[in-house]
Design a protein around this ligand. Structure first.
Ligand code: SF4
Length: 715
């Protein structure tokens, strides 16, 4: 049996009724989306027992009744013929993708036996968990009860970590997710390398459209003329990797010309005088040769931002692991917002609120005997979450202690982490690799055991008690039955815990009992939540002007323009610019980003979404294409500085990118044989990202450090 199990058209059955009594007519069942992590409230319609369509839930503050294209295409996740169908145990060598179909009892028994053996030989800390999204909550609970502290997600060290650390160092708080950005009320919006609209975070894109409609002034900084750039008053085609120089020059103008919010800075700021003294060196003339942005444009855009303060939002971005100096660049973004007085203010950064739904009263977890493995000696002193790549390093080296098991939930680590050879090297040292997911993936191809999960339309997940503009609680509930032998994550977590002798950590019999307990403690009626999908709490203040207390959880209790904690740890208290590596002759810097119809590397076998975009393209500047003799839509391969050659990919010849870089959408170029529909369609940026620069503050991996050449390929 191969992972590429024979496909067939799947029929859906309404989960709210048994198939025998399949209802005629239309049922509308509220739930929330899982095609990405944004968790938009949705209403799924089942017609004559078959899944028919999915729309936004108008009561939901995240979707406001409208889903993004991926959410609408969620039906394709349920009907995907390439789905994992039954538990699998590896037959031969790791990576060969040859499997034995087994029962859940056999699979979970096998996993539990191996986990207990690792625990007795090396201790529970020798198992690392990688998990992305709310679906991992119950599995993480099982592993906390098992006793490991090594639980991480690529969303920190490979995505938003530098931003959260940079803002925390400045304001004492993370940006968190969904971002606390008040885009809809901004009069001036600045995006650095963020391509909202292509990067489809539903609420943010809706707010971006509102900002455009009300004619907010938009400033876009990007080596690529993105869709967002087409809406801008100012488009700055910056030299890649020099954003920090631009930010310093902007702050120089705002300070020199006294354009900052003096009252705000005086009242809430710490160390402004030292900051101002340092920033005076970074003039627009100094920044010009670095950034390629003319001094007068730097001045004009700085004045434009100041003109609309405090309703000017310099967006912190999301995927910000670019060059290895990412925390300091993010801190510079925090500082320019502080100068403009936008933190805590309308049109800047609002204060998120949430409903008070108590956690389930589980027994206390055992205290791990060892510290986390990812950051020995506190090498990255400002890492506020576990570092995936630190865990990978420890798995390779066995230091500070051996890691012998990986349990991976919904994270295709071979596409998410840089340098796939290092990931494969780490896997070779494991006694057990378990992958839980809904579809095959490159990481599942290396697993010893693959456990097929029901897709979100077929399962319950944990309650979504989100921090957002307004407090709410949302329910994910099954709309249709799983078509094969897939199971929900909560069931897998509970069953595994039972086999590990940890049944006392799951005192509830089924998840509805768990919901009833938690919701009852919060005074929320579960039956009502089932009917509506979402219960909203009372409006609360979001801004300082509405009464949010002006408190900052920094050492000084103020907004830290000058950071003594950074200075004490041996880092620059005010960010300093480092010039990025120059392109080796004849090469192009590899940049990557998102498309509005796909999420990570998780949606390419979804037939509805792949119908809209089945492969990616590599963007090449017109002048370069002419020099290399490349035609639009011609196939090429990319070769990186370490000799890695990509799968073939179509060229998009365009003026919309600088000549010194190329760009592609992330997540394509699958090599998992189980992904029959997506197999080898487009090229994988992850495969070409062999080099990365580690952020010395928090261990994030800057991944825009690779250079490629372009060769024609057979069609
Ligand atoms: S942004 Fe789109 S894919 Fe993500 S949860 Fe919302 S509707 Fe679903």
């Amino acid at each position: 049996m191969s992972l590429a199990a024979a496909g067939c058209a799947l029929k859906s059955k309404s989960a709210s009724v048994s198939s025998a009594e399949k209802k005629k007519g239309i049922q509308r069942i509220p739930t929330y989306c899982d095609i990405c992590f944004w968790k938009c409230g949705a209403i799924a319609s089942v017609r004559d027992g078959e899944l028919w369509k999915i729309e936004g839930n108008p009561d939901d503050p995240l979707s406001r009744g409208r889903l993004c294209p991926r959410g609408t295409g969620g039906i394709g996740a349920h009907t995907d013929p390439d789905r994992l169908r039954t538990p699998l145990i590896r037959k031969r060598e790791r990576g060969e993708e040859l499997w034995q179909e087994v029962t859940w009892d056999e699979a979970l028994g096998y996993v539990a036996e191996k986990l207990l053996k690792i625990k007795s030989q090396y201790g529970p800390e020798a198992v690392a968990v990688f998990s992305h999204g709310i679906g991992g909550n119950f599995l993480k609970h099982t592993f906390k009860a098992y006793g490991t502290p090594n639980i991480s997600a690529p969303s920190f060290a490979q995505c938003r970590g530098p931003r959260d650390v940079g803002f925390r160092l400045t304001f004492g708080e993370d940006i968190s997710s969904p971002e606390r950005t008040d885009i809809r009320n901004a009069d001036c919006l600045v995006l650095l390398g963020s391509h909202l609209g292509e990067n489809m975070h539903n609420s943010q894109v809706q707010e971006f459209a509102e900002a455009i409609e009300k004619r907010a002034s938009i400033i876009i900084v990007d080596p690529r003329y993105s869709v967002a750039a087409s809406k801008a008053k100012y488009y700055l085609p910056i030299n890649p990797g020099t954003d920090l120089a631009l930010l310093l020059a902007w702050m120089n103008v705002i300070v020199r010309e006294n354009l900052y919010d003096k009252e705000y800075v005086t009242k809430y700021g710490f160390g402004f005088e030292q900051f101002a003294a340092e920033i005076l060196a970074f003039t627009p003339e100094w920044a010009y040769p670095e950034t390629g942005i003319e001094p007068e444009i730097i001045r004009a855009t700085a004045r434009e931002m100041a003109r609309y303060k405090p309703a000017t939002l310099v967006h912190p971005g999301r995927h910000v692991t670019w060059y290895g100096d990412d925390t300091q660049r993010s801190r510079a973004i925090a500082l320019i917002n502080a100068l403009l007085g936008s933190w805590g203010r309308k049109g800047g950064f609002y204060y998120p609120v949430s409903m008070d739904v108590p956690s389930y009263p589980y027994p206390p977890y055992p205290k791990p005997a060892k510290d986390k493995v990812d950051n020995p000696g506190n090498k990255y002193p400002f890492a506020s979450e576990t570092i995936t790549t630190g865990t990978r390093d420890a798995t390779i080296s066995g230091q500070p202690y051996p890691i012998k098991g990986w349990f991976v939930y919904a994270s295709n680590l071979l596409h998410a982490l840089p340098n796939e050879n290092e990931t494969i090297k780490a896997i070779q040292n494991l006694d057990l690799l378990v992958v839980v997911d809904v579809i095959p993936s490159e990481i599942a191809g290396w697993a010893d055991v693959v456990l097929p999960e029901s897709v979100y339309l077929e399962r319950h997940d944990d309650l979504n008690v989100e921090w957002f503009r307004d407090p709410f609680t949302a329910l994910r509930q099954p709309v249709v039955e799983s078509p094969h032998d897939q199971k929900p994550n909560w069931w897998i977590a509970k069953q595994l815990a039972d086999r590990l002798g940890l049944g006392s950590f799951f005192p509830w019999n089924d998840i509805e009992e768990y919901f009833r307990h938690r919701l009852g403690a919060a005074g929320i009626d579960y039956e009502e939540l089932k009917k509506r999908g979402i219960i909203r709490g009372a409006k609360q203040p979001n801004y300082f002007e509405e009464g949010v207390p002006t408190e900052f959880a920094t050492p000084s209790g103020k907004i830290e323009f000058y950071s003594l904690q950074l200075q004490k740890a041996g880092f620059d208290p005010v960010p300093k610019y480092t010039r990025p590596d120059a392109n080796p002759t004849g090469t192009f810097r590899l940049l990557y980003g998102r498309a509005p119809v796909h999420s990570f590397s998780r949606t390419h076998s979804n037939r509805i979404l792949s119908d809209m975009m089945s492969e990616n393209e590599v963007w090449v500047n017109t002048s370069i294409a002419a020099r290399l003799g490349l035609q639009n839509a011609q196939y090429v391969t990319l070769k990186n500085q370490d000799g890695i050659t990509s799968n073939k990919v179509k060229v998009k010849v365009t003026e919309r990118i600088r000549p010194d870089c190329v760009y592609m959408v992330h997540g394509f170029g699958h090599t998992s044989k189980g992904l029959k529909h997506a197999y080898r369609k487009g090229a994988s940026d992850a495969q070409l990202i062999t080099r990365y620069k580690t952020d010395p503050l928090m261990g994030g991996t800057g991944m825009n450090c690779n250079f490629v050449t372009i060769e024609p390929a057979e069609a």
